[in-house]
Design a protein around this ligand. Structure first.
Ligand SMILES: Cc1cc2nc3c(=O)[nH]c(=O)nc-3n(C[C@H](O)[C@H](O)[C@H](O)COP(=O)(O)OP(=O)(O)OC[C@H]3O[C@@H](n4cnc5c(N)ncnc54)[C@H](O)[C@@H]3O)c2cc1C
Length: 491
């Protein structure tokens, strides 16, 4: 890939060409997300990663423009047309959200498909077109020895999406990715282009961060980078009830990446924990790679888990034993460059559904007790739980960690695609949310919209303030999605 001394750009295997002193990627050959568009009975339907959100839309528009006037003009044109017809608009990237958060019912669904990263060697930040995927950011920064500061555990997602859901990752000891964003440019519902940061239009910045595209259509972001590192893992098994104390100690040490796991077989459900910490080691940093051998090799075991307690027990043994022994040093960027597809279930009768809960470290053992009491009572298949550190996020209006640091518990379930399973999942999710709210915790909004309206309002104490600001900047309610329709339209 050709690179200038000044700036880098990536185009996922696509040809790159110079324009205006920056490098821009040609458009991707196809959308690599899960935007599924299907005509049903003459209607255009749009779905998301859950495969459970099929919703009629008016049209789907793919915008292939770098940051700049043409991009802004394309968004203004969609807004104008939608306003004239009274239709909603939503802008998205990979549509891996799971409850229509990126789908405007009967409206204009816009998807960005133009990877663009601009980085000046020696700088602390880079600029991206909002729909750029993280694997494209990694490829652009890697030759300069730099790495994203915070991103999710998978690299398929869009950068503005990550900001818009308040996503976090496993780099330590940071808050959500939005804490690493210096500024965003966005087109508001009335077509005006604004810059928002902590010092300029600070209220718009706070609402757009974790604001699910309801405040403005983000066109570009300035985001912080950190030096890439060669990291080596250490694996520690411990009783689950000792995990929080060990994680707090890890967060206050000089550990750039860490995560935890709990065992999920029914016999020892949530009794044992694994703490994996990555520390810098000397050595040459290899170019960022995608999924490593262990990730690929673990797929078969991972996918054999539903309905098989023996496999679940063996998997824990392998993960804490031979898996730990085989794991070697990797670059920071390689560790985050994991595609979602690696663990894809390839089963049309089931779908993978995530839950995520955030609790203060000193309430983590109460969370374990609640999960032990509630999850085995459902017939959902829990495939995995990963534990992450999230620092306080005092900025975002819809913050899930407004009051202090949190341990995030990410639960991955395999759900049957039936009405019975959906009803069971809704019941179990509401019970989990109730238990987590009772211990001062919160839940994550990009997944299935099973929370009740009352639970949403109790969890997100500033949601009324968010709705008031949204109605002020978007009085015609042009920017809408299923999250708004279910939880905020009546506030
Ligand atoms: C396998 C998997 C692993 C995950 N791991 C993590 C994790 O480690 N940490 C974590 O925090 N989350 C994680 N998530 C959740 C994930 O971060 C969110 O679902 C995220 O939204 C996915 O990005 P996307 O590009 O698919 O977003 P989309 O679904 O496309 O969009 C999400 C939201 O952002 C808005 N949006 C997108 N682009 C713009 C824009 N340009 N301007 C304004 N609004 C915009 C959309 O309107 C929508 O409301 C994971 C999800 C999956 C499926």
């Amino acid at each position: 890939m050709a690179l200038t001394r000044r700036a880098a750009l990536v185009g996922a295997g696509a040809a790159v060409g110079a324009l205006g002193g920056r490098w821009m990627g040609a458009s991707l050959p196809s959308l690599d997300g899960v935007t599924v568009i299907s005509p049903v009975g003459g209607e255009t339907m749009l779905n998301d990663a859950s495969q459970l959100s099929e919703t009629p839309i008016f049209k789907h528009v793919i915008v292939k423009e770098p940051p700049g006037d043409a991009l802004v003009a394309a968004l203004r044109a969609e807004l104008k047309e939608a306003e004239a017809a009274g239709r909603p608009v939503n802008l998205a990237a990979a549509r891996h959200s799971m409850g229509g958060q990126a789908i405007p019912r009967d409206g204009h669904a816009i998807t960005f498909d133009y990877p663009f990263v601009s980085f000046e060697p020696g700088a602390e930040t880079y600029t991206v077109q909002a729909g750029t995927r993280w694997h494209q950011v990694i490829s652009a920064l890697d030759p300069f020895g730099m790495s994203p500061k915070v991103m999710q555990s998978n690299a398929d997602f869009g950068v503005a999406s990550t900001f818009s859901v308040g996503a976090h990752g496993w780099p330590m000891p940071f808050g959500p990715m939005g804490s690493t964003v210096r500024s965003v440019k966005m087109v508001l519902a009335d077509g005006s282009l604004v810059t928002a940061s902590r010092s300029e239009n600070a209220d718009l910045f706070a609402a757009a961060m974790g604001g699910y595209g309801l405040i403005g259509l983000i066109t570009e972001l300035e985001v912080e980078a950190v030096p890439n590192q060669l990291l080596e893992p250490t694996f520690q098994t411990l009783p689950a009830t000792d995990f929080a104390t060990a994680f707090v100690a890890t967060a206050s040490g000089d550990v750039p990446m860490a995560y935890g796991r709990l065992n999920i077989d029914r016999e020892g459900f949530f009794d044992d924990a694994l703490l994996v910490t990555y520390r810098p080691v000397e050595g040459e940093i290899p170019p960022a790679a995608g999924s490593g051998f262990l990730s690929k090799a673990s797929r078969a075991i991972f996918r054999a888990q539903p309905g098989n307690e023996w496999v679940k027990r063996r998997r824990w043994g392998i993960e804490t034993g031979v898996g730990a022994m085989l794991a070697g040093a990797s670059s920071r960027s390689s560790l985050m460059n994991e595609p979602v597809i690696t663990l894809d279930d390839r089963d049309p009768t089931r779908t993978d559904i995530l839950h995520e809960y955030f609790v203060a470290p000193d309430r983590f053992n109460d969370f374990i007790a609640a999960a032990k009491a509630i999850i085995p009572g459902s017939y959902q298949e829990l495939l995995n739980i990963t534990l992450r550190w999230v620092a306080q996020d005092p900025t975002a209006m819809l913050s899930y960690a407004p009051q202090g640091q949190r341990i995030a518990s990410v639960l991955l379930f395999s759900q049957e695609m039936t009405a019975r399973a959906e009803a069971d999942m809704a019941r179990m999710t509401q019970e989990m949310i109730e238990a987590v709210l009772a211990i001062g915790g919160s839940y994550y909004l990009p997944y299935r919209p099973h929370a009740t309206l009352d639970q949403f309002r109790r969890c997100f104490a500033r949601s009324a303030e968010f709705v008031a600001l949204k109605r002020q900047v978007d009085p015609g309610l042009r920017l809408r999605n299923a999250l708004w329709d279910k939880y905020m339209v009546e506030a």
